[in-house]
Design a protein around this ligand. Structure first.
Ligand SMILES: CCCCCC/C=C/C(=O)SCCNC(=O)CCNC(=O)[C@H](O)C(C)(C)COP(=O)(O)OP(=O)(O)OC[C@H]1O[C@@H](n2cnc3c(N)ncnc32)[C@H](O)[C@@H]1OP(=O)(O)O
Length: 357
């Protein structure tokens, strides 16, 4: 059966959605196959000297045949490109392209690096429910895309100010009961997706980090910080409790006494203090931060990916079960905390702008 006009148009749309660039040769071929669809100003070929009507009929017939054949070839070629692109990318993003964009979480893939950007600078990149969902989806895609490293960073002066405290507060400034469960479930699911993420996970901490943006760092493989970054987990001030397995990872990373200062007393650390305590891999001067870190990451992304993956698996696998158990336990406590008077007051104070860290 010949490809219809509709098949052809579908194929034209499919080309725009290809996960991988098919290359110039294929693009030229595709372009050539659409030639019969475009108006052609060249004179019609006069092969035999028949009368005008016969020539017209024969030309129409030839053109129809060419159009149908070209359409069919075009549809077949696009179909083969789509299936090979799906096989290599496993239905996810290919290299060197913008793979997912929403307003607040921007995802690009280039040079073997999937970059996930908190992009809500006017709110210091605070994480909304919608962003929780988008981050989880992105991690799912990144775990099977062509990239070697997945990087989180922030737009503007902040890395991320943590959970959006308005997630639970209505427009009229009251606590929304129904959102408490959603907050707990989303937090647990988000943390789970970090625990299970199979590839290298790196944080490029461009500025202050607060709350869950800090606690999650304990689940990253490397953390690079600008010297203007700070690390703050004000859970006690908010009547909340630690999440993202930090009740387990922080004492392990920095020792219980230092973890207490951060998680219980809400002591804010400078980048150098966080480095001294093992939460940060390396601190860079703000003036050279971006250049140095990205140059380095691009070089790391050229390392053989499978070796990295199995090495990460070796480092993490004995911890996974424990981390999931801690995540579950922390979620139970968070759920209780969210109904507490302490937490309710802190959230209402923030909403009425009485409280700031
Ligand atoms: C609710 C329980 C859920 C448990 C789940 C686990 C998650 C836990 C956490 O992440 S706890 C940490 C939560 N984060 C905070 O407590 C930070 C709150 N923000 C602040 O204290 C300050 O905004 C600041 C110190 C981050 C920055 O101060 P400043 O430089 O003076 O800027 P502004 O305060 O004017 O901020 C600009 C703009 O952004 C809004 N904003 C900043 N952070 C948040 C946030 N976390 N949630 C919601 N909104 C935030 C701020 O309100 C301003 O908005 P406005 O311009 O007034 O509309």
């Amino acid at each position: 059966m010949r490809a219809s006009q509709q098949d052809f148009e579908n194929a034209m749309n499919q080309v725009k959605l290809l996960k991988e660039d098919p290359g110039n040769q294929v693009k030229l071929k595709l372009y050539a196959l659409t030639a019969t669809e475009r108006p052609c100003n060249m004179p019609k070929p006069i092969v035999f000297d028949f009368d005008d009507n016969a020539k017209q009929d024969s030309w129409k017939c030839l053109k129809l045949h060419m159009v149908e054949t070209s359409r069919q070839n075009y549809v077949d070629l696009v179909s083969s490109l789509s299936s090979s692109s799906e096989a290599s990318g496993q239905g996810n993003c290919g290299a060197d392209e913008k793979v997912q964009e929403s307003k607040d979480i921007v995802v690009t893939s280039e040079d073997g690096i999937t970059k996930i950007v908190f992009n809500r600078p006017t709110k210091k990149n605070a994480i909304t429910f919608q962003m929780y969902q988008e981050i989880m989806l992105t991690l799912k895609n990144a775990s099977t895309d062509n990239s070697v490293i997945t990087v989180f960073t922030g737009t503007g002066d902040y890395y991320c100010s943590g959970n959006d405290l308005n997630n639970l507060i209505s427009a009229t400034g009251e606590i929304q009961e129904a959102q408490r469960d959603e907050q707990t479930v989303l937090t647990r699911e988000l943390v789970s997706s970090f625990i299970d993420f199979p590839k290298l996970l790196v944080a490029v901490v461009n500025g202050p980090a607060v709350g869950i943006a800090v606690t999650l760092l304990g689940l990253f493989d490397a953390v690079y910080a600008s010297d203007k970054a700070t690390f703050h987990t004000p859970f006690s001030q908010l009547g909340q409790s630690p999440e993202a397995c930090s009740s387990y990872t922080f004492p392990k990373i920095m020792g219980p006494a230092k973890a207490t200062e951060m998680l219980l007393f809400g002591k804010k650390l400078t980048a150098r203090e966080a480095w001294a305590q093992g939460l940060v891999s390396e601190v860079f001067p703000e003036s050279t931060f971006e250049k140095e870190v990205w140059t380095r990451l691009k070089a790391y992304a050229k390392l053989p990916p499978n070796g990295i993956k199995v090495s990460k698996e070796l480092i993490r696998k004995n911890e996974k079960q424990k981390l999931h158990a801690v995540n579950a336990e922390e979620s139970t406590v968070i759920q209780e905390r969210l109904t507490s008077e302490e937490c309710t007051n802190a959230l209402l104070n923030f909403a009425s702008r009485k409280a700031k860290l």
